[in-house]
Design a protein around this ligand. Structure first.
Ligand code: HEM
Length: 396
């Protein structure tokens, strides 16, 4: 057991020209106890990298997701996880039992069966995006023109957000997931989103539709005010996360085409890339021992899901993309009560996106060498800024 404050490691470790997950994660996993690090905000935190320890952090009741507890870490100089005063209904930042009311109300909307029913609508969205790609020529940026639009159109449909407003909320979401955004930028993006959703909810109160917001209004378990935060969370949580996975997955499948259309590839891509590595922030509310390390009440904790998903004691040859392995125990969606609500939806979106894209554009290829692709280093999520592709103009 140790309580050492080792030389702090600056965070995040994603840097241009270096592989992701960072090589240092392997050293951290084999170190005694946990590793002390400093977030870009200057806040010290404990980094948790072993699979078992990450699961423990995400399930221990002495560890909280609520930013109103003293010492809760912020990733960037400003912003971070909003409190209920700032965004009521932002339930990923609540602990049990308060969190359970939101979760129980929303679970029926995201069951495997409900998501299966959405397949035709998702297929239609994917097909329409590919129609647009093909109509525009024989080159594209697959991030802007496909990977970002598919999840955003899907979640808009689910919530009942008009497609025409997509550019607006995509721009605001970008500000919120960028580590370098300023205080003013974050505050104004949050306020603009809340204003927009408030107006939308008022419209749906008057004229309910066949959508999630209207159903939650009718159910009444979640208050009108909380519904703004719930809608905002759903709009943001499933957008760039899914887009990044779709984009990175296309790159991997281009060089591993035998896995196109195999559902095991989707699960392995989720593990392999673990795009939401810097998402689950926590604080200890009592002294607790994790992985042989004493964490004092009020100290911040960052369980790194990419590090856990590349833990060689759980996954053989973890740095290889191998859909034949059983990747199911990955923690790319977190673990415990906050485990990703949208995970069934993500799996279906990725599956349909890859199958359809490669079936309809079989000559799809990268338009730049893979090492020239620009990776994201400035956000809480890992992904690609752009994905330039081309195909033979005689397609379809
Ligand atoms: C590849 C795509 C995605 C990844 C990697 C991902 C990852 C995660 C992770 C790691 C968490 C846990 C956060 C924590 O413990 O603090 C989480 C929670 C959550 N995710 Fe996702 N997510 C994805 C897509 C989606 C989608 C499509 C939606 C919704 C439409 C969604 C909605 C949520 C919500 C609402 C929570 C909070 C759940 C709770 O607190 O009970 N996510 N996600």
């Amino acid at each position: 057991m140790t309580t050492t404050d080792r030389c702090p490691v600056a965070f995040p470790l994603r840097r241009p020209g270096r592989p992701f997950p960072p090589r240092e994660y392997a050293d951290f996993r084999s170190a005694d106890g946990l590793v002390r690090s400093t977030l870009p905000s200057g806040v010290p935190v404990w980094l948790v990298t072993r699979h078992e320890d990450v699961r423990t952090v995400l399930t221990d009741p002495r560890i909280s997701s609520n930013p109103s507890h003293p010492g809760f870490p912020r990733a960037a100089k400003t912003g971070g996880v909003p409190s209920q005063d700032q965004v009521p209904g932002w339930f990923v930042a609540l602990d049990p039992p308060e969190h359970g009311r939101f979760r129980k109300t929303l679970i029926p909307e995201f069951t495997v069966r409900r998501i299966r029913e959405m397949r035709p609508a998702i297929q239609r969205i994917v097909d329409e995006r590919i129609d647009a790609l093909l109509a525009a020529g024989d080159t594209a940026d697959l991030i802007a023109d496909f990977a970002l639009s598919v999840p955003s159109l899907v979640i808009s449909d689910l919530l009942g957000v008009p497609h025409a407003d997509r550019d607006f909320f995509e721009a605001k979401t970008r500000v919120l997931v960028t580590l370098t955004s300023t205080d003013e930028q974050r505050e104004s993006a949050t306020k603009a989103l809340m204003r927009y959703l408030n107006r939308l909810i008022t419209i749906k109160q008057r004229r309910p539709g066949d959508d999630l917001i209207s159903r939650l209004l009718a159910d009444g378990t979640i208050s009108r005010q909380e519904l703004t935060g719930v809608s905002m969370l759903l709009l943001i949580a499933g957008h760039e996360t899914t887009a990044n996975n779709i984009g990175l997955g296309v790159v991997t499948l281009l060089s591993n085409p035998r896995w196109i259309g195999d559902e095991r590839a989707v699960e392995e891509l989720l593990r392999y890339y673990s795009v939401a590595d810097l998402v689950a922030f926590r604080v200890a509310v009592e002294d607790v021992e994790i992985g042989g390390q004493i964490i004092r009440a009020g100290e911040g904790i960052v369980p790194l899901v990419a590090a856990a998903n590349h833990d060689g004691t759980v996954f053989d040859r973890p740095d290889e993309f191998d859909p034949e392995r059983s990747a199911r125990s990955h923690v790319a969606f977190g673990y415990g009560v906050h485990q990703c609500l949208g995970q069934n939806l993500v799996r279906v979106e990725m599956d349909i996106a890859y199958r359809t894209l490669f079936a309809r554009i079989p000559t799809l290829e990268l338009a730049v060498p893979v090492e020239e692709l620009s990776l994201k280093y400035d956000g809480v999520l890992f992904g690609l800024h752009e994905l330039p592709v081309r195909w033979s103009s005689t397609e379809e």
